[in-house]
Design a protein around this ligand. Structure first.
Ligand code: HAM
Length: 419
């Protein structure tokens, strides 16, 4: 019986990881520029961290979590996202007491038991960043600017949808108004939205079902219900984005699928993706730290799927940098092969990427391999070279060849790397 990876999961093979490493490198570079520090939390948490943090009525908690009871009888859950984990860690380590603003980022696998389709997996990978401690709109604008900077560096075009989902002073009033409206069009709603009318009415506005879209065309919108504080915060966030030249579309129906959001909510979408068009999303979540048992601490953040990002890059024919060895060392007989092996290790110890043949192949086959790998240099050694203590070094780009003494080989390549 041949085993296969579990439905909705994928092996990332060497030909795939080149692209992954490139993307991760760019993310880390941008995070360094904006002075965000990496945080790594465990892959699983007590179930309550997510249930309380994300909200019992959300799809993620209600339908998609990988929850299991361990042998000690604890209910644990593989993280479906990382904001709740980060905040759990923030509280546990009293990070808020050490500095007034914690800027954190992460890259790693997340788990959701969704129906797999293009761009939707059960184990997928996110990168994300969270700015924890301040409520100023500069933090919201900065988070959006970082998301945009990463997409820009990777040559990805996107559109940005922006909304404010209000705060605890204005949302209950809006929720009531919306619920009243939805009850009036109840019969025209999809069964899912009928259920949500009572449990999570704001998500009805977000429904992709045509019936819901039509029925809710005239629904009240949160923008008309915002508290003074939320309205001003939204205006200032928008003014900062305008000043930064970051274009956005106002989308008064944008709600996001997690319950912790307050005020700013946003999503980056791409037309190069199919029905799962969300590249990434985020927003402000001023209530989450308290919700998870900490002291009131405002925060805002963003997370994005790496698989979706790569889908767009591949579709656009993005050329990922490939790593090539500096030199391929060709040995022709037993003695020179043994020399090639030892020299490759000696060069690698000095920081020079070297490759050799391990399969006892002919000179011609080794040259073919060096070409395939696009090595800029090939060093050839046979009986007479061993005797003379010199290798024949071919410059594959110039098509020239010269003798280089064994003792000078490392310096020869180091110099080339430096130039
Ligand atoms: P989210 O919208 O649930 O937000 O997920 C963010 C991104 O993760 C999505 O836009 C999508 O690109 C990717 N993603 C989600 N589910 C899947 C899946 N099954 N397969 C592939 N990709 C997927 C969050 O997770 C929040 N924690 C974002 C955040 C951070 N808000 C504040 N801070």
């Amino acid at each position: 019986m041949a085993y296969k990876s579990v439905k909705g999961t994928k092996d990332l093979l060497p030909q795939d990881t080149v692209a992954w490493q490139h993307v991760e490198r760019v993310i880390r570079e941008v995070m360094d520029l904006y002075r965000y520090a990496e945080i790594r939390t465990p892959m699983f948490e007590e179930t309550a961290v997510f249930a309380r943090g994300i909200g019992e009525e959300t799809d993620v908690v209600g339908k998609e979590m990988y929850t299991f009871t361990d042998k000690g009888g604890s209910s644990l859950t593989l993280r479906p996202e990382m904001t709740a984990s980060v905040i759990r860690s923030f509280i546990q380590h009293s990070m808020g007491e050490q500095t007034s603003l914690n800027k954190l980022y992460y890259i790693g696998p997340m788990f959701r038991q969704e129906r797999p389709q293009a761009g939707r997996f059960r184990q997928f990978h996110q990168y994300g960043f969270e700015s924890i401690g301040q409520q100023g709109p500069e933090c919201d604008a900065e988070i959006i600017a970082i998301a945009a900077a990463i997409y820009d560096r990777l040559g990805i075009s996107y559109s940005l949808k922006l909304n404010s989902v209000g705060d605890p002073t204005c949302r209950p009033r809006y929720r009531e108004a919306l619920q009243e409206f939805l009850r009036g069009v109840f019969d025209q709603l999809s069964p899912e939205s009928q259920r949500r009318t009572e449990t999570n009415p704001m998500r009805v506005l977000d429904s992709k079902d045509e019936r819901d879209r039509e029925a809710t065309a005239g629904a009240p919108l949160i923008v008309d219900y915002l508290s003074e504080e939320s309205r001003v915060h939204f205006e200032r966030t928008r003014a900062l984005l305008d000043a930064l030249g970051i274009a956005y579309e106002l989308d008064p129906r944008l709600v996001r699928g997690l319950d912790y959001y307050t005020m700013t909510a946003f999503e980056f979408v791409s037309t190069d993706l199919g029905s799962q068009d969300a590249l990434g999303g985020g927003g402000r979540y001023d209530g989450l730290v308290e919700q998870l048992g900490g002291k009131y601490t405002p925060a805002v953040g963003f997370a994005a799927g790496i698989e979706r990002l790569l889908m767009v890059m591949e579709k656009n024919g993005y050329e990922f940098p490939v790593s090539t060895p500096t030199v391929y060392i060709v040995g022709m007989d037993d003695a020179s092969r043994s020399w090639a092996f030892q020299t490759a290790i000696a060069l690698r110890r000095k920081g020079i990427a070297a490759e050799i043949d391990y399969a006892g192949r002919s000179l011609k086959a080794q040259m073919r391999e060096a070409n395939k790998l696009s090595c800029p240099y090939v060093a050839i050694v046979g009986e007479s070279e061993l005797e003379a203590g010199q290798a024949q070094v071919k410059d594959m780009r110039k098509g020239t060849q010269e003798s280089v003494e064994f003792t000078r080989l490392a310096d020869y390549f180091i110099q080339d790397i430096a130039n």
